[in-house]
Design a protein. Structure first.
Length: 449
């Protein structure tokens, strides 16, 4: 038998013996002890664990990003409470399907069987569909567990939301996902019956690439192993090159929790500050192609818009916020073009750090002088007692003046004359500088009178 024939035999043995279910499905935890992550909810003594252990399950909403265990938790709850579990998709189901499920739940209730109705992507249901659940939730025919990646305050009807407890599930850490991958390699439900040669470092590469999504990580591991090199002794050898090929990205050059993460965001920030759009777009691409969260980059661009551009171009912040919203709505890879638009705009915009410098200077004084009283003249006086204590006495209402400005001092006495905002001489800030000079000159002249 030649090497090619041997490889075919070993490959057939390795993969044909497996359940045809995806690895993510085979490795789905069956109880809380196998569940990874969400310790703030299901750790020892935590609220959701107590609820499950007491078998006093209310209707609830699981809110969190994809792949953090919303469906798995619902199944564990159903198994623990010996309830009938109905998986319901908001994408493929309508009012007719809802009524059928509700009828079945009513019949089950009569013979003492609880029904847990798990509704994935509940935010996709319209108001009428969500309202159809209400009477059955109210009378206890069903225990509703909804899963959503969107804020339920905006996406779930108030009437239904008020009858559910909301639990926020957090994105899994790289360490959490590494544990899942390690278990998949050694557990018989995964690849425990086979010889897989993969290092901890390589597992961590896959874990970090997953961006907190356990399902994505397990699917990637499945693909990596299926593309592994099978030796004559049946060992499946995995290398960084194989992982890179499967991910189509050089993920091992980028550690999102380590120094390179901060090096690259620093390079992006400083390229925009130096008005270099080509460099800025390059560093942006380096981060996105390595699997960086676009929302993280959008947040940093938003900070840049005020820290380094500020009043020189106040539209920069509008651009940054709009791009942040676009990234949130459509995600990668589509939002790469929005981020590119943003970093080019930031690079070419006039620069001013006067707002940032003003706050830094003011914060230093604020920290040193936390007890400085608010001048009586600018205090509110909503009660007679406050008026008797001279709160608001002598207050000058700027809108009543021709110039819309007064000589009233608003700083504490110990800081009178202190200047924090020193305008730059680029973009819109030229106008702000001119306006501030006019105001200061007017105040100086009228204080002498």
């Amino acid at each position: 038998m030649n090497n090619k024939e041997l490889s075919k035999v070993l490959s057939k043995t390795l993969f044909d013996d497996y359940n045809l279910e995806p690895l993510a499905s085979r490795m789905r935890p069956e109880d809380l002890d196998e569940f990874v992550g969400q310790n703030h909810l299901i750790g020892e003594g935590k609220i959701l664990r107590k609820i499950i252990q007491s078998d006093n399950i209310p209707s609830m909403i699981f809110w969190g990003p994809p792949g953090v265990g919303k469906t798995t938790l619902a199944r564990i709850i159903a198994n623990k409470t010996k309830s009938k579990f109905v998986n319901f998709s908001a994408v493929t189901s309508g009012i007719k399907e809802i009524k059928k499920v509700m009828q079945d739940a009513e019949e089950s209730k009569h013979i003492g069987i609880k029904t847990i109705l798990f509704v994935d992507e509940i935010h996709r249901f319209n108001k009428a569909q969500q309202d159809a659940f209400l009477p059955y939730v109210e009378k206890g025919s069903i225990i509703l567990i909804g899963a959503t990646t969107e804020n339920p305050s905006f996406e779930v009807n108030n009437a239904l939301l008020s009858r559910c407890r909301v639990f926020v599930l957090k994105e899994l850490s790289s360490d959490d996902i590494y544990k899942l991958l390690y278990r998949a390699i050694h557990d018989k439900k995964g690849y425990g019956n086979d010889k897989i040669n993969i290092t901890d470092e390589e597992l961590m590469i896959i874990a970090k690439f997953a961006n907190g999504d356990a399902r994505s990580a397990l699917s990637t591991l499945d693909m990596v192993i299926s593309n592994g090199e099978i030796a004559s002794d049946g060992i499946v050898n995995i290398s960084k090159e194989i992982i890179e090929d499967c991910l189509s990205k050089k993920t091992f050059l980028y550690d999102k929790d380590g120094e390179e993460h901060y090096n690259l965001i620093s390079a992006l920030h400083k390229s925009m500050r130096n008005s270099d759009p080509d460099a800025a777009v390059y560093w942006l691409a380096r981060m996105l192609e390595a699997g960086e969260d676009p929302i993280y980059i959008a947040r940093r661009v938003t900070r840049f818009a005020s820290e380094d551009i500020g009043l020189a171009d106040t539209n920069a912040l509008n651009v940054a916020i709009n791009v942040y919203q676009a990234c949130h709505l459509i995600g990668m890879p589509e939002c790469s073009v929005h981020l590119t638009e943003a970093v080019i705009y930031m690079s070419l915009a006039p620069k001013s750090n006067s707002s940032d410098v003003a706050y830094i200077m003011a914060s230093e004084d604020a920290k040193r002088m936390l007890a400085e009283p608010v001048p009586l003249i600018i205090r509110n006086a909503p009660t007679k007692l406050m008026k008797d204590l001279d709160y608001g006495k002598g207050y000058q209402y700027a809108h009543d003046t021709k110039e819309k400005v007064t000589t009233m001092e608003c700083l504490p006495p110990s800081l009178i004359g202190k200047e924090y905002y020193i305008p730059n001489t680029l973009g819109n800030e030229i106008k702000f500088k001119e306006r501030l000079e006019v105001i200061k000159k007017w105040k100086a002249e009228h204080k002498k009178k």
